[in-house]
Design a protein. Sequence first.
Length: 149
Amino acid sequence: MSDSKSISWTWTELINAVPDAEEVLSSIFNGENLQEIQSQQSPPPPLQNQNTINPQLPTVILLEETEEEQKKKKILIKNRASAARSRARKLERIKFLEEQVETLKEENAKLKRIILEETLRRRCQKIQVEMIKETTAKKLKEQRRTVSS
């Protein structure tokens, strides 16, 4: 396993390591070499292992991280709330559709009963019509017999 170590410098160490802007400009106009300017400054500080929290680190970075974390948490909370509302709407829709299914099943059963009753009524009417025709035909036959005899 490779052990990756983070390196951190304090603000003062970073500022001391960078040449002053006035020095750089004056060296450009005076013809001095940048390396000479850097050699005149103090050497860069030794590197520190970032396994421990350095109290000299700027708190701005930590605040930015917490703001980002807060934004992420806020987005996560909003997403969860949105998902919960979506699930609630889905359940309401399912409940509405189930109620509609029950209503339609009841209506369908009612219509089937009506169709069955109408079918039976028509059959009865047909039978009655046939019986009336038969009785009328018999009466006509008897009348013809009586007239012809």
